[in-house]
Design a protein around this ligand. Sequence first.
Ligand SMILES: *Cc1c(COP(=O)(O)O)cnc(C)c1O
Length: 356
Amino acid sequence: MQNINFLLNDHQETALQLPANLEFGRIFTDHVFEMDYDEVNGWHNPTIRGNEPMLFSPATMVLHYGQAVFEGLKAYKTESGEIAIFRPDRHFRRLNNSARRLCIPEVDEEFMIEALKELIKVDKEWVPEKKGTSLYIRPFVYGSDPLLGVKPSKTYKLLIILSPVGAYYPEGFKPVKILAQDDYVRAVRKGLGDCKTPANYAASLLATQEAQKRGFTQVLWMDGVEQKYIEEVGTMNIFVRFKDEIATPKLTGSILPGITRATVLELLRDKGINVNERLISMQEVIEEYDKGNVLGIFGTGTAAVISSVGTLSYKDKTMTFKHDDPNDFELNLFNEILAIQYGLKPDNYGWLDYIK
Ligand SMILES: *Cc1c(COP(=O)(O)O)cnc(C)c1O
């Protein structure tokens, strides 16, 4: 493994007080990890340095053609006072899967986990303590050639930045209002939908903005070919809780293979619940809802973990779901995953990677 250079700041901020209404991704820690790629040296010069602005050419490729991939994962201060990262192996594996599709050179996954741990150790005072808070981790890679020719960049930069985040539900678990969208699509099969890449986010902005103007929180995306099957909700995977089955759209290529999705699938299967990955049409959801057979719908993702749907609208149909039962399924699932993440419940699956 390569040696990491440490160019640390003299004056470190420590033990910050997080404002209660902290905006997601607004505050960053003192240090970043940075590494370079070129054809001769491969990935080289891994460095942990102060979080200073960067200088780059206006022709930098990523700004023009979007050759970039990223990840989003979290570290938690656990009950015992240690810091644990949730499933970093899966996140760096997915970073490489996304990278291959965008002609970006892969990274050494084990080395990246070690580098991330070193970075978090340097900025460990920034990991917030309160239940619900965490350190959000954003690794990303981009093509850095200063060149306007359309081809894969020959040089790349990989960075990891860290952002302490407040509880996603400071006022308690809150159901969201969703608009199913068929005027726009997020992604198409064989396109980039199963990669974590900026283009998918750019594609989602207008539909989300329009939905928000109409009083909705998020968009439910349908498949890019017929707009018949449900695919994702906002930047989360989606689960439908039918009376006798919990179903989530199968990974057809246009859906991001969420790690929270995989976590939920594993937990539910091990409880003996009938869970299936399959195509789910909007038609089916509406028909089953009308028969009283849809008990709940929820999204899964690293940021919110579980987000339950209070209202789902599609054309002139509005479906509502109650979440006031103290034994609410989605709330219980949310609490169960949080308990594992904060070390309050045994980590039977080895999902927590502790920083030693
Ligand atoms: C990141 C992401 C998700 C959720 O993935 P997790 O690994 O659970 O955080 C779902 N959908 C999209 C489009 C995403 O970018």
